[in-house]
Design a protein around this ligand. Structure first.
Ligand code: 4AD
Ligand code: MG
Length: 478
């Protein structure tokens, strides 16, 4: 296999011939020699190339500026310079592509994240985004590893579906009907019978319902794929297209579900800590820098690495929704009317409430259970009290809700009645109800928002900065 910069930084230094391909991060002409700093994405680190003008004429080197792509051949030698143990003495340089410094957006100075976001198509070449996307990769790998090592099967739920898994109506319609002259029925409604699938279809909002079908046969399964929500949320925590990890387990009750969720997130964060130390270091430094310009009360109480370690080493706080409401009502924030939204039993907790619990009250991740049934989805198992369901949300500092899940209603009659109460078609979801009709079983599952996890681990404040190609309202440029 071809050697990357990562490989070249690890092999013994023996004045041997090497070949380096990558992009220029920095360059400097010091009179007799030029120094070119290169990175190829394989590592956060760079490799310095030394060009002796006696060997390679200055005219050939002069047009090489930040952003250019090169193929350098030369000798790997020990470096006397500070901050590196090796460098490459160039013998030949092939220029794959130049980058005009008057046009190339990324110069070797600090750019604001807003500026980088405007140039998102080139951002994989920056140190910060290189780190973010390598960590994203490692987390995805750790997720598959965790489930594989624990006897789960990876199942692929469909992207095009006919159902609304969350019953929230936030779907993107999928159609091949011509935009002009959309066929309508006698009532003036769009006639999807003439559409590709002969019915109305949409992009999936969650793979849960299909995962349930698979779990009630395979035992323990998980999905990991893109999900789509047409919610008009312009926040730093919402995307219209995000990736979700959804484990679903037969014979798991709410308690088992919580235990799994906690063990799982601790494992994947621990895996990143162990395998992404250099990238995390870059991000921690960036954050510490950013913190300096913040007011004291807005600063994070812990540096990134300490925060990640803390989460992997301490038990999450577990309490019910009702207990959480009592804490919020007794809080100085409530008494001083600092919450924007009213606190009372039955409300859908707002992010200010979740963040109060996690960041101010407990100062650690929290699992809230047994929410009012009115604010949760139709499929959650109903409690004896007739008011609450066996839901669980995992809340993280700086993020808010990172996981949403529940024990599922396995009783055919109860599920059917709840669907009817909420106006969810039992005819359309006949296949879902069938699982309760034939060999029903207690089961549970949850969904982890992958980008919110990546945000937590990288410390990035905006969710649009942790997915290579973010999709959001009025944002789908490429
Ligand atoms: O709480 P949600 O809506 O739950 C479900 O979809 C369930 N079907 C999951 C299950 O039980 N299998 O979403 C789960 C998680 C949230 O906690 C959040 O982390 C993330 O998905 N999420 C989003 N992430 C980014 N952008 C959005 N618009 C998101 N909506 C939800
Ligand atoms: Mg939720």
């Amino acid at each position: 296999m071809k050697q990357t910069i990562k490989d070249l930084l690890q092999i013994p230094i023996q004045n041997q011939e090497v070949s380096v391909k990558g992009w220029v991060r920095n360059e400097r002409d010091s009179g007799e020699v030029a120094f070119i700093v290169m990175n190829d994405g394989s590592t956060p680190k760079t490799l310095q190339i030394v060009v002796d003008f006696n060997k390679i004429p200055r005219e050939q080197v002069a047009p090489i500026k930040v952003g250019a792509c090169l193929h350098v051949k030369g000798k790997l030698v020990a470096s006397a310079g500070k901050g590196q143990d090796r460098e490459v003495l160039a013998e030949s340089i092939e220029i794959y592509g130049l980058a005009n410094p008057n046009e190339y957006p990324f110069q070797p100075k600090k750019h604001s994240l807003e500026f980088v976001r405007e140039n998102a198509h080139l951002r994989s070449r920056t140190a910060t985004f290189g780190a973010v996307f390598r960590i994203r990769h490692t987390l995805a790998y750790a997720i598959h590893k965790y489930f594989n090592d624990n006897g789960f099967y990876y199942v692929h739920s469909p992207i095009i579906t006919a159902s609304d898994a969350e019953g929230a109506g936030e779907m993107f319609q999928v159609t091949t009907l011509p935009l002009q002259n959309i066929p309508k029925n006698e009532q003036g409604e769009v006639d999807f019978k003439q559409d590709f699938f002969g019915r109305s279809t949409n992009l999936t909002v969650s793979g849960q319902l299909e995962a349930e079908l698979m779990a009630l046969g395979l035992g323990k399964v998980y999905t990991f794929g893109p999900t789509f929500r047409a919610e008009n949320s312009n926040t730093t925590r919402h995307l219209a297209e995000f990736w979700m990890i959804e484990p679903e387990m037969a014979f798991y009750e709410l308690q088992d579900n919580m235990d799994l969720a906690e063990d799982f997130v601790k494992y994947v964060i621990g895996y990143a800590l162990e395998h992404c130390a250099e990238d995390l270091d870059i991000l921690e430094k960036r954050l510490l820098d950013e913190e300096k310009s913040k007011k004291q009360e807005e600063r994070s109480p812990m540096p990134l690495l300490e925060k990640l370690k803390f989460v992997t080493q301490n038990p999450f706080e577990r309490l019910t929704y009702t207990e959480a409401i009592e804490i919020l009502l007794a809080s100085p924030y409530h008494k001083k009317k600092k919450f924007q939204f009213e606190v009372k039993w039955g409300i859908d907790l707002q992010s200010e409430h979740e963040r109060y619990l996690v960041e101010k009250h407990f100062q650690k991740p929290v699992i809230l259970t047994n929410y009012p049934k009115e604010i949760k989805a139709f499929y959650m198992k109903q409690n004896e009290d007739g008011k609450t369901v066996r839901a669980m949300d995992v809340l993280f500092p700086g993020i808010g809700e990172i996981i949403g899940g529940s024990q599922r209603e396995e009783n055919y009659e109860k599920l059917k009645n709840r669907m009817e109460e909420l106006g969810i078609s039992t005819q359309e979801l006949w296949w879902y109800l069938d699982t309760r009709k034939f060999g029903t079983a207690p089961h549970s599952g949850f969904g982890l928002g992958f980008e919110r996890l990546v945000q937590f681990v990288t410390g990035m404040g905006n969710i649009r900065d942790v997915i290579p190609f973010p999709r959001y309202p009025k944002g789908a440029e490429f």
